[in-house]
Design a protein around this ligand. Structure first.
Ligand SMILES: NC(=O)c1ccc[n+]([C@@H]2O[C@H](COP(=O)([O-])OP(=O)(O)OC[C@H]3O[C@@H](n4cnc5c(N)ncnc54)[C@H](OP(=O)(O)O)[C@@H]3O)[C@@H](O)[C@H]2O)c1
Length: 222
């Protein structure tokens, strides 16, 4: 039985990943920040762990508690939109907080869990089209855009640094999805987005290491 560790599974896309991978017969290990928010993931079949990715010590504790547990797919889903005031009202603290959660934490997770990855050794992070420099035609959202663009660079760099260990890091774009972050106007349901991403992940090969993969399986420009 293949094992998924998903970081950030209380709601939204993370919870839907739990539901779909558990239904497909995977062993699912799922993290939440608040144990009380792990109920839905637990009911969907996941084993629940507590981790606040904004706290490096919490990431290390999680890795230690899973020491010796082989993981086939590590899916780093947790992320925040944060405060994104317009140009002229930028507060450095807003940018740093979003960067800490969206960019630094996934790198620390990769560092803490590289030794746990086995089998296909896939490390996937939820990035965003908003992190694509090539796709940016509307501006704004400095904190979120910069954090995901930097996350994309982290993934590309990990793909080079971890190649010898056979670990394949990829960045995923779920499209615009109806979650707390995406809001009610988004065109995709979590079920549709996660189905698309699971299909894309199922086809990832070593040659795809360091790529930016859209929900429809296409490759996105950085
Ligand atoms: N929805 C979209 O349209 C969209 C588009 C592009 C990319 N994405 C990306 O997809 C991922 C999931 O988004 P979503 O739409 O499902 O968002 P969401 O509904 O807001 O869920 C965010 C998840 O991240 C967790 N999280 C936030 N900060 C955390 C922290 N410090 N430690 C641990 N967990 C933390 C939340 O846990 P709590 O319940 O504890 O807050 C929650 O489980 C994010 O990385 C997001 O940037 C989403």
């Amino acid at each position: 039985m293949a094992t998924l560790l998903i970081i950030g599974a209380s709601r939204g896309l993370g919870l839907e990943f739990v539901r779909q991978y558990a239904a497909a017969g995977w062993r699912v290990l799922a993290t939440v920040r608040d144990p009380l928010s792990g109920r839905a993931a637990s009911e969907a079949g996941a084993e629940i762990y507590v981790c606040d990715i904004g706290d490096p010590a919490s990431i290390k504790r999680l890795a230690a508690s899973l020491d010796g547990t082989p993981i086939d797919l590590l899916l780093h889903n947790a992320g925040i939109y944060g405060a994104n005031p317009p140009f002229g009202e930028i507060d450095p603290a807003d940018l740093i907080e979003v960067y800490r959660v969206n960019t630094v934490a996934p790198l620390l997770v990769a560092q803490a869990f590289a030794g746990h990855l086995v089998g296909p050794k896939l490390f996937a992070v939820l990035s965003s089209m908003m992190g694509s420099i090539a796709d940016n035609s509307s501006g704004g959202s400095y904190a979120y855009r910069a954090s995901k663009a930097a996350l994309n660079m982290v993934i590309k760099t990990l793909s080079l640094d971890l190649a010898e260990r056979g670990i394949v890091p990829v960045a995923l774009s779920p499209g615009w999805v109806r979650t707390e972050m995406g809001g009610p106007a988004a065109p995709l349901s979590p079920t549709e987005a996660v189905s698309g991403l699971r299909a894309a992940l199922g086809g990832v090969k070593a040659a795809d290491s360091g790529s930016f993969i859209h929900v429809d399986g296409s490759r996105l420009p950085w």
